[in-house]
Design a protein. Sequence first.
Length: 554
Amino acid sequence: MEYYQHPLDVTQLASWKALQEHRKAMQNFRMRDAFAADPQRFSQFSLSSSGLFLDYSKNLITEQTRELLVNLAREAGLEGAIRTLFDGAYVNSSEHRPALHTALRRPVGDSVQIDGQDIMPEVHRVLNQMTALVTRIHNGLWRGYTEKPITDVVNIGIGGSFLGPQLVSEALVPFTQRGVRCHYLANIDGSEFREVTSKLAADTTLFIVSSKSFGTLETLKNAQAARAWCLAQGCPEPELHKHFIAVSSNVKMAVEFGIAEENIFPMWDWVGGRYSLWSAIGLPIALAIGMSNFKDLLAGAYAMDQHFTSAPFEENMPVLLGLLGVWYGNFWGATSHAILPYDHHLRNFVKHLQQLDMESNGKSVRQDGSPVSMETGPVIWGGVGCNGQHAYHQLLHQGTQLIPGDFIVPVVSHNPVADHQQWLYANCLSQSQALMLGKTREEAEAELREKGLGEAEIAKLAPHKVIPGNRPSNTLVLERISPRRLGALVALYEHKVFVQSVIWGINCFDQWGVELGKELGKDVYQHIIGRSEGKADDGSTQGLIDYFRGRHRG
Ligand code: F6P
């Protein structure tokens, strides 16, 4: 199958050079002046798609900037790259596979081929298998070893087998059905295991061992601990199969672990972990919100896929967000990007995007193995508003770094309390406004004068009160959080990450860096339990091993 081909060095393209020149010309561009000069700026730089409204007018851009960025996308071959992604080409070249998460949300009747084989019948067969399980559990037909129905589901998984499902099931809490409670067990930390299991009864609990590889240490250790916990709680060994199901592409390992083959939901190597919430890895989501809502989630993502594949780049939300990130990262020196959702239900969005973006675009070589000649993925950070305003927003307003950010806010709350939603929305808007407008020296001095301060005092205080402003942000507005809009929102960021990877020429679907830590972890563990002769490879690690061994009890 065709591999995606990229021009060798994007920094040599005419469009890149034009952007460098344009950046110089933009040195003194002030957004507040641009707004004052152009009453159409908001409508020029905003658009709607798939239930999302994006205002990107508070950016350091002009129409020319947009045009030049779009030229870059064209010259870098983005159009062809999108086609190869959706068509199942081997875009993940270092692992020799396609990345077809988009197939997971396609409707019945569509066809997607991998090496001549249509994968869509299998995708829909698994969706039906999920429906059957969800129906059995919701109707109390799946019984535990004491014949009681299942009341609690624990998803044991980490990384993509955790963050996406957790984000979505929490974001869609208002859509929760029939009282099956979902819990997440990710870390190997025993405290997390105790915290989760202490609230549960084994006879009414179902564990989903969610691991594409079925080889992830944290997940396997937690699955073993869950097994031991069930037995200790009184579950007879032959009945354990009533309390464990798995989602994995490694059926052999899952069976060896003791999970009945008919209780193993398939995963495919053509779906990356961080792109997998749309597959059976999304089972805890479906159990929480029901299959019909899960399908709406897929439909929302599909709507965004269609927008991404068909809208002209100038009006294409993921393309524009991706290009704006390139603009700041490669031409303005930004090294991080803030995600600022103003909704309690989206409080875990940052964690999901951290994996999605940083595991995807934290790369230093191009698809062909040659080193990149520009910065690639930024640090993704942030958190829920208004809380962030009373913590780290200070650095956004007056720190020395330029940090672009995305504000995300719904218009309607699922839980209206007095006028809180109006205040929440107002806070979100006023933050992006303050970042953009800032406060000039003259304004700061005038304020102090109005308060009756003397000139000497004003001269002392004014520098502290000046806010540089001109700090860029996007604002994404959803009318109300729903499965469809959330699906579109998550897919929007998946595609944004892909757009950037194409510009940088990197593979956003592998994660070799993570592997080294896993390998070294096994070696260090052997030293810690005293099974390794010789010393660790460095003095610091050996010293810390000795410290542990000298003090650890039990
Ligand atoms: O930690 C890296 C990683 O490989 C992620 O990419 C993946 O989502 C996670 O581990 C979990 O992997 P698995 O689903 O195979 O257990």
